[in-house]
Design a protein around this ligand. Structure first.
Ligand SMILES: *Cc1c(COP(=O)(O)O)cnc(C)c1O
Length: 395
């Protein structure tokens, strides 16, 4: 049995998304900026897609800008707010310690340019509160950027409450909602979100395409120069097949949101209950406010990398944290931020489910993970030291 349980890294495309893309490779291949009829047909499809994405998020079509994915949308949102803030002498940004690197690295770059960044602590309950945001806001704060849901540990942040705090303080609020869009209910207006990043390949759409929602009236700075596309805010010929696949996947996800959430949550809870039986293990992430598909554990006395390789041999494809950090020997910044010590953070496992996973697959995971964990512990010198009392258990 082959089980794909790494949907937070990327998802399989849905058939509706594949079908929606096909005509835009062959029949409707015009450049939306061309004035002839082939171009205009493409332009109409593009604007129709924009309106449909807007409808799924609860905003206006002109507030949607198509990008190459989540990373680009994050970069553009943060850089725009920073440039606008700097013009008014405001150079303080609030974020969290467990953001995706697309956000953290952009903030690092801005720090080198003289911005001051406050990263909110996430060790309490593996989440933040709106109160933490309220207390961190200063007169010179030009942006609050917090993810909607964490890609490694699944915590869902109190977005509507943070939105209300930011609105009351008059500070723009951006959220990296790449893990949330298509998986949980979002309404940008009701939640007072000013900017939001999304990426198609996290909800069964194609890779390399995403969008930035930016509330009307908030200024946007180009990060890619060269043409007047996207109302002058993002140069480059639009990826029309990708955009059409994205909107089809998004509408499909939104149409089946409640049933998918219920199904995936039930699978997740079965996995969490089963894996909690493994001795000296701990669930990572907010146990209550949690993505439907996220299961993240630390197992004491093992190496996450060996766990992944052995699981792969037994047909389970999972991750130790985020795809972006694998290949490096440093433990995940997210696990360190929630307070896991290095040794424990190294023994991490993330299983991320989608509506394509089945109960039989979950049963298979529950059979092989405990086996592989005990196998690895039996050959681990660290585990022997824990058992003989030379070292003390942390979990
Ligand atoms: C995947 C992901 C991104 C990056 O999106 P890409 O489209 O792959 O650039 C950003 N933020 C989060 C939380 C993600 O999970």
């Amino acid at each position: 049995m082959q089980v794909y349980a790494d949907n937070a890294a990327t998802t399989r495309m849905s058939q509706v998304a594949v079908d929606a893309m096909m005509p835009y490779f062959t029949n409707v291949y015009g450049n939306p900026s061309s004035l002839h009829s082939a171009g205009q047909e493409a332009k109409e499809a593009l604007e129709d897609a924009r309106a449909r994405v807007a409808k799924c998020l609860g905003c206006e079509p002109r507030e949607i800008y198509f990008t190459s994915g989540g990373s680009e949308a994050d970069n553009q949102a943060i850089i725009s707010a920073a440039r606008f803030g700097a013009r008014k002498g405001k150079k303080h940004i609030i974020s969290t310690a467990f953001e995706h690197h697309a956000v953290l690295h952009t903030l690092n770059k801005l720090e080198k340019e003289g911005f001051e960044v406050t990263l909110l602590d996430v060790s309490q309950g593996h989440n933040i509160t709106a109160q933490q945001v309220r207390e961190a806001i200063r007169p010179d704060t030009c942006l609050v950027t917090t993810m909607y849901a964490n890609n490694e540990i699944g915590s869902v942040l109190p977005i509507a409450e943070i939105g209300a705090v930011c609105k009351a303080a008059g500070v723009p609020f951006h959220t990296d909602a790449v893990q949330a869009v298509g998986h949980i209910h979002i309404d940008v207006k009701a939640q007072n979100i000013d900017m939001l990043s999304l990426s198609a390949h996290k909800f069964h759409g194609p890779k390399g395409v995403g969008a930035l929602y930016c509330r009307r009236g908030l200024p946007l700075t180009n990060v890619i120069e060269g043409g007047a596309q996207e109302r002058g805010k993002r140069a480059g010929t639009e990826n029309l097949p990708g955009i059409m696949g994205m909107v089809a996947a998004l509408e499909d996800a939104v149409a089946h949101l409640d049933e998918n959430m219920a199904r995936v949550t039930a699978l997740r809870d079965k996995l969490i209950a089963g894996l909690s039986q493994v001795p000296h293990s701990a669930l990572n992430g907010d146990p209550v406010n949690r993505l439907p598909g996220n299961v993240s554990f630390c197992f004491e006395g093992i190496e996450g990398e060996s766990l992944l390789l052995l699981l792969d041999m037994k047909g389970v494809q999972a991750s130790s944290g985020s795809a972006c950090t694998s290949g490096s020997l440093d433990p995940s910044h997210v696990l360190l931020a929630i307070g896991r010590v290095h040794d424990v953070a190294h023994g991490s496992l993330r299983l991320s489910l989608s509506e394509y996973n089945t109960e039989e697959e979950v049963d298979h995971i529950l059979e092989v993970v405990p086996q592989v964990v005990s196998y690895l512990r039996n050959i681990s010198p660290v585990w022997r030291d824990l058992q003989t009392g030379k070292r003390t258990y942390i979990l």
